[in-house]
Design a binder for this molecule. Structure first.
Ligand SMILES: NC(=O)c1ccc[n+]([C@@H]2O[C@H](COP(=O)([O-])OP(=O)(O)OC[C@H]3O[C@@H](n4cnc5c(N)ncnc54)[C@H](O)[C@@H]3O)[C@@H](O)[C@H]2O)c1
Ligand SMILES: O=C(O)C1=N[C@H](C(=O)O)CCC1
Length: 250
């Protein structure tokens, strides 16, 4: 058997980081060599010889962590959310100086969540209206979720490609926030509910019918097969990869 891949986890004491440490530790082909959280010495990830860094931290710090990984020649599997097109462009610029390094940015590592995004993308052109409702635990820092933003962007792109116009909406009077956030012309509603983990509904509508695509992550273990796939694949994919779907051949 070949040498295990050496993995460092950032955000190691957080909800996702703890799961990621457990999953990496349990995999025969991976070796957990660094566990770093806020206030710890970031360079211990490099000192420990990490080949892949897994990041589940916070939108405010994730860009610094990616910069660090690229500068150190360490591949990065990033689950932290809060990415914009501008942030992704910045990562591409950094990677131009380190062409051997791979960075995967995935707003959701749940296989079902990735499939549901794809289903929504496929369905979008057949329906007049589409809205996204995401439901998460109340400790979540960002709203809407990274998954919901990406889903809305995929729906909007599919509508544009099909030559569809704006989603019809006759609302002329609304309380602030009543129609949710406008992401690329698609309304996204964020609920924060104690007891929940990560859930999403895409509600599509046409004359006489609706289609609801729902996914539920009931436990954070649901994200781990996707995280491990990213860790195993990223060295073979230099440059920036956005979304786990690229690794699933969807
Ligand atoms: N991609 C996915 O599948 C997926 C799934 C769940 C959560 N997330 C995202 O992952 C991120 C973390 O979520 P969480 O629920 O684990 O949050 P959390 O608050 O439980 O954990 C974050 C951890 O990061 C630590 N941290 C903060 N700054 C740091 C730094 N500079 N260096 C190292 N560690 C640092 C915090 O101390 C904390 O322990 C969020 O952006 C969330 O949206 C993504
Ligand atoms: O718990 C979170 O925080 C999650 N964040 C991701 C997002 O913002 O889409 C994925 C689901 C869980």
């Amino acid at each position: 058997m070949s040498e295990p891949i050496r993995v460092g986890v950032l955000g190691a004491r957080g909800r996702m980081g703890q799961q990621a440490c457990r999953a990496v530790d349990a995999a025969d082909d991976l070796e957990l060599v660094a566990m770093v959280d806020a206030g710890d010495w970031l360079f211990s990830v490099a000192d420990a010889g990490s080949q892949v860094l897994v990041d589940f931290t916070h939108p405010d710090v994730v860009m610094d962590n990616i910069r660090f990984a690229i500068d150190q020649g360490i591949h990065a599997v990033v689950g932290t959310t809060g990415f914009t097109a501008e942030r992704l462009d910045t990562v591409r610029t950094w990677l131009a100086d380190a062409p051997q390094v791979g960075v995967l940015v995935a707003p959701n590592f749940g296989i079902g969540a990735v499939l549901s995004m794809r289903f929504a993308q496929l369905a979008a052109r057949f329906y007049d209206t589409a809205e996204v409702i995401e439901l998460h635990h109340p400790h979540k820092a960002d709203a809407p979720s990274g998954t919901a933003v990406r889903t809305a962007e995929l729906i909007a792109a599919a509508r544009r490609e099909a030559g569809m116009g704006a989603v019809p909406d006759a609302t002329t009077q609304a309380r602030d926030g009543a129609r949710g956030a406008d992401v690329d012309g698609v309304h996204v509603h964020a609920l924060r509910v104690a007891g929940m983990v990560a859930h999403q509904e895409v509600v599509l509508g046409a004359e006489g019918e609706t289609l609801t695509i729902r996914h539920d992550s009931l436990d954070r273990v649901s994200f781990m097969p996707g995280v491990l796939l990213g860790v195993r694949e990223i060295a073979r994919r230099p440059g920036l990869t956005v979304g786990l779907e690229a690794l699933l051949d969807l």
